[in-house]
Design a protein. Sequence first.
Length: 295
Amino acid sequence: NASSVKEFILLGLSDNQGVQKICFVMFLFFYMIIVAGNLLIVITVNSSRRLNSPMYFFLCYLSFVDICYSSVTAPKMIADFLVENKTISFVGCIAQLFGVHFFGCTEIFILTVMAYDRYIAICRPLHYTCLMTRRVCGRMVIGSWVGGFVHSIVQTLLTTQQPFCGPNIIDHYFCDVHPLLQLACTNTYAVGIIVVANSGMVSLSCFFILVMSYVVILVSLKTQGWHKALSTCGSHITVVILFFGPCTFMYIRPSSNLSEDKSLALFYTVITPMLNPLIYTLRNEEVKSAMRKLW
């Protein structure tokens, strides 16, 4: 049952040459915005003395994860727009699979931690400095990285244990669990259920915590404080909807339409990391002021 496949062929987003050239320019521009925007937030938070609260500490790590997350898939996708044979080695494919789930799951946990931070800040303001110390925040970030690593290891090991003997054509622009399981030369129904259960448990449990934290915030402030809560948490809620919507839909059910899946995947691998810097800076005067001082 050993795998005889040494490389995979990625079909990418389109096989039309004209469309591929347009996509190359467009996604190269998007990737430059992702790296520049998120790197600017990392530099701004680390260089500004005013941005030393836990919220900006988590935002800094979120931006760093966004850069890493997009860099796992975007450069390969952009380069493939210019070549006819879009191949990736078996080892490279598995490494990409690991990176996507590692950074993606870490981002989910960091977004959840940021929601908890907003809950403490709004609902228990007098205890905020005692509960959200730098040591506690550091442990939360480390926990997010460890959680992402454990999730990714499980997904990767389940996939690599399957035999691949052909075909080797992946109808996607990066290597993911569902497309690879469809190429395995064995019955992967049980593995597919475990993969869906693993991803679903992470995404749905974190999404439940996020929703409950904002429900508690809105209920505790009553009607007169809703405007304050939404203005404080609006950016975070927007990011959560953009990231969790497509991501949860993709991984809580067995994949049946890969063409639909790769279109949805663009939202959480490219669009959300690109919009994060804009969402967090346009609605935050402190960050904009720190950026002006940095320049």
